[in-house]
Design a protein around this ligand. Structure first.
Ligand SMILES: [Fe+2]
Ligand SMILES: [Fe+2]
Length: 195
């Protein structure tokens, strides 16, 4: 089964990174809990979770080679996306090319797991929030978002994006426009929900 192949590859890829492996397993387990709650396809979620950080330790050169080959707006990606985020692009391509993943739900969940985007699918939201809140994450914002996610996943998404924007703004780092658009989208959505 494809998910067993991916899992075995992940063990090789992260053999010297036990904490990252723990994180990935934490994301998978958290995503499966949400998946049961929201009645989603658990295999899709598991594959997305196992692949989301599979290229986390690619060098900048490796990421650039993949991105240059497969994405058109490379200038925008390099200019506005912090180096740490590039793995989402390469993992997305690896999922397509190496593992022949065709499901848009899986692919978009991988591609958008770092900063989110407006109007995410349930799969994207689950992977995004599982990445942010899995049990090995202990900083304040994660604890807060984890709590919120039990009641309202959209509010959890909004809070995670809002906290991340504030965090990176305080450090003076460039923030992709998509992050602001996503925050705006979820702020508006919550206003409607609370009406
Ligand atoms: Fe990641
Ligand atoms: Fe992650």
């Amino acid at each position: 089964m494809i998910k067993d192949t991916i899992y075995n590859d992940l063990l090789v890829e992260l053999k010297d990174k036990p904490n990252r492996l723990k994180h990935v397993i934490g994301v998978r387990d958290t995503a499966l809990k949400f998946g049961k709650k929201y009645n989603l396809d658990l295999e899709k979620l598991e594959i997305a979770a196992l692949l989301h950080d599979i290229t986390k330790y690619y060098t900048l050169k490796q990421n650039k080679e993949i991105i240059d080959k497969h994405f058109e707006e490379t200038d925008r990606i390099y200019k506005y996306y912090n180096k740490k985020i590039l793995h989402a692009f390469s993992a997305y391509i690896l999922a397509k090319e190496k593992y022949n993943i065709k499901s848009g739900e899986i692919l978009n969940s991988i591609l958008n797991h770092t900063i989110g985007r407006p109007n995410m699918s349930m799969y994207e939201k689950v992977i995004f929030i599982s990445d942010y809140t899995e049990p090995n994450r202990t900083y304040d914002s994660c604890v807060k978002v984890r709590k919120i996610s039990m009641n309202n996943i959209d509010e959890a998404v909004f809070t995670a994006i809002d906290d991340s924007i504030k965090f990176y703004e305080a450090k003076g780092e460039l923030i992709p426009l998509t992050a602001y658009e996503a925050r705006h989208f979820y702020r508006k959505l919550l206003e409607v929900q609370h009406d």
